[in-house]
Design a protein around this ligand. Structure first.
Ligand code: GDP
Ligand code: MG
Length: 195
């Protein structure tokens, strides 16, 4: 959280984390499509020639006033490929909340688990207790015939009550409910801190 008292602006950072190709960029693309252009920035994507996320995607949204401040929500995605661990860590630093986008494809369960553990380790190393930190999960690609049942995925990741949304991100399904849940959670946390 960063407050600019002169501009009365509150910057909040939400990071979409998860394994490669789980649909993180697709979430931002869908949000970009559905939010009023007056209340959002352009979607900025830094991509390699292979069209995969190199560093991050970025999209900024403006919310209604909060405690006399104008909140601006900055959405980032991390690159999912294994060799971008350092990049993920840099993007994750300073996050006010995270959305973990898991891939429901049975062949991606191990990748989900590795990414989930890495995220937890990074947050811990920043001194963040994940049980007290705004985290929302999205099980994406529910359209796949190979999709693992949500209950099985929850068990695999050892979820304990974090908000969870099923999604078909490339059809826009589940994207906004996920965004609303993480925004609510982050804003709730900030209200506690500003009180
Ligand atoms: N079947 C299926 N494919 C999806 C879904 N959401 C995204 N994709 C596809 O998965 C691929 C990777 O998505 P992308 O957003 O680039 O993943 P990222 O690496 O997490 O940013 C793309 O081809 C998307 O069109 C979904 O709900 N179902
Ligand atoms: Mg991406």
């Amino acid at each position: 959280m960063r407050i600019n008292w002169q501009l009365r602006r509150l910057n909040l950072k939400i990071v979409y984390y998860g394994p490669a190709l789980s649909g993180k960029t697709t979430n931002l693309e869908q949000i970009h499509l559905s939010v009023d252009p007056k209340r959002r920035s352009d979607l900025v994507s830094l991509k390699t020639h292979e069209d995969r996320t190199l560093y991050f995607d970025f999209l900024q949204l403006e919310l209604g006033k909060l405690a006399g401040l104008t909140p601006q929500i900055q959405l980032y995605t991390v690159p999912g490929q294994a060799y971008y661990e350092a990049s993920r860590r840099i993007v994750l630093r300073g996050a006010d909340g995270v959305v973990f986008v898991a891939d429901s494809d049975v062949r991606r369960m191990r990748a989900n688990l590795v990414a989930w553990r890495n995220m937890r380790e990074h947050l811990q190393s920043f001194g963040i207790d994940m049980d007290k930190f705004p985290v929302v999960l999205q099980f994406n690609k529910r359209d796949l015939p190979t999709a693992v049942p949500a209950a099985t995925m929850s068990k695999l990741l050892r979820l304990n009550g974090q908000p969870l949304f099923n999604a078909i991100a490339f059809k826009g399904k589940g994207v906004l409910p996920t965004l609303k849940a993480i925004t609510k959670s982050v804003v709730g946390q900030v209200q506690k801190e500003l009180a």
